[in-house]
Design a protein around this ligand. Structure first.
Ligand code: ADP
Length: 189
């Protein structure tokens, strides 16, 4: 199995690159952000998740881990999975390792997209025009998301680095240039 964690700050291009990677490698794409946004908006779970995400904060680990495990269970025959936007805390990373190893599986590598803060803000504000996402439209909320990423999520890279699985990719350039960099890293193993 090829199990990839696609990692990087909000606006780094994880969703865009995931779309291309699933085609090339035949993977299932699981984005926890997409899963939260696809919940029935009238459900308690959707309202709870939205109460965090609309402010730019992370949804609590316990809820997110359960959502993720349910989503993985929907694809028992997957050749591999791209985890996009998960894990976002060390607790989530540990839970994912435990969950996958209980299935005799594991993460192959973490592909981490490196993009500077100025570029992230430009990309998110321009995405807001088409995404309709409340968390993309407000510069203060974008800043909160970036700050939370630096504080809570960036340390997850060290978790995979210590396992020799971290591959750092320059996330500035054209979509195809970045895609080629990622493919080179994946194919090298
Ligand atoms: P982006 O990467 O552009 O910030 P996502 O679509 O991945 O956006 O996530 C949107 C929101 O969903 C996050 O700001 C957060 O509130 C919530 N979310 C997504 N994934 C997780 C996660 N793994 N842990 C906690 N909250 C999450």
């Amino acid at each position: 199995m090829l199990n990839l964690v696609l990692f990087g700050p909000p606006g780094a291009g994880k969703g865009t690159q995931s779309e291309k990677l699933i085609g090339k490698y035949g993977l299932v794409h699981i984005s926890t952000g997409d899963v939260f946004r696809a919940l029935n908006p009238d459900s308690d779970l959707a309202k709870l998740a939205k109460s965090y995400s609309d402010k730019g904060n992370l949804v609590p680990d316990e809820i997110t881990i359960e959502i993720l495990e349910n989503e993985v269970a929907k694809h028992p025959d997957a050749k591999g999975v791209i985890y996009d936007g998960f894990p976002r805390t060390n607790t989530q990373a540990e839970a994912l390792d435990k969950f996958l190893s209980s299935k005799g599986s594991g993460i192959t590598m973490m592909v981490a997209l490196d993009v500077n803060e100025g570029e992230l803000k430009t990309r998110l504000l321009s995405r807001a025009k088409v995404s309709g996402r409340a968390d993309d439209a407000d510069p203060d909320i974008i800043q909160t998301r970036i700050d939370n990423y630096n504080k809570q999520t960036a340390p997850v890279a060290d978790f995979y680095k210590s396992q020799g699985k971290l591959r750092l990719i320059d996330g500035i350039g054209s979509i195809d240039e970045i895609f080629n960099r990622i493919c080179t890293a994946i194919d090298k193993g």
